[in-house]
Design a protein around this ligand. Sequence first.
Ligand code: CA
Ligand code: CA
Ligand code: CA
Length: 214
Amino acid sequence: MSAGRPRDAGFSLVEMLVGMALFAVLGTLLLGFAIGTTGVADDVRADSNTSGEARLAVERMTRELRQASEIRSVTIDDEGRVLAFTLGIDFDGQGGVEANAADDPEVLTYTWRPEERSLVLSGGGDSADVLAGGVVKADLRLRSSQWIHDTNGDGTTTWQEIDDSSVSTSDDQLDAAELALIDLVSVELEVQDGDTTRQFVVQADMRNRDGGPA
Ligand SMILES: [Ca+2]
Ligand SMILES: [Ca+2]
Ligand SMILES: [Ca+2]
């Protein structure tokens, strides 16, 4: 029995050394993690209000564009700028798009108001600023995957090319038949946050939407 003691002591020394080594490794890892987290926290703080809001808006828009089963309408001004688009999204998954569903309107419109520098979301009779002020530029681009209408052969079929095609009337506006061919939507937001201008890009491929062109 007495011979067992030194061995026990030896074991505990080894254990202690192993423990210390493990502790050192873990400590280093945890410290690294903590420093990394602090960095992220600082980024988020520096990213105050407008940029944070823009990030949320962009995430939401991306999600909704991907879920959308249709682009119902768009608003294009005299200069050919796309100022608004209206999406139909079957949120409750029951197959139809209800404009006035009680809790979750399924027809949503995003409108950029250049004068107010704001981005407004409306649906179900309500509207709210997604981004109040600070939107220096919102470049809403509508494109199509129908390469056959890429008249100038630059690899991109723009809404203007769809409008100029024989699909429907060439009137610098998009009607339902033309909108049915629009399946690539991108939004480039330029947001002023204090002294800095930041860019946010939303890109959504709607090619896999239900009921779209097969
Ligand atoms: Ca529905
Ligand atoms: Ca083209
Ligand atoms: Ca047209």
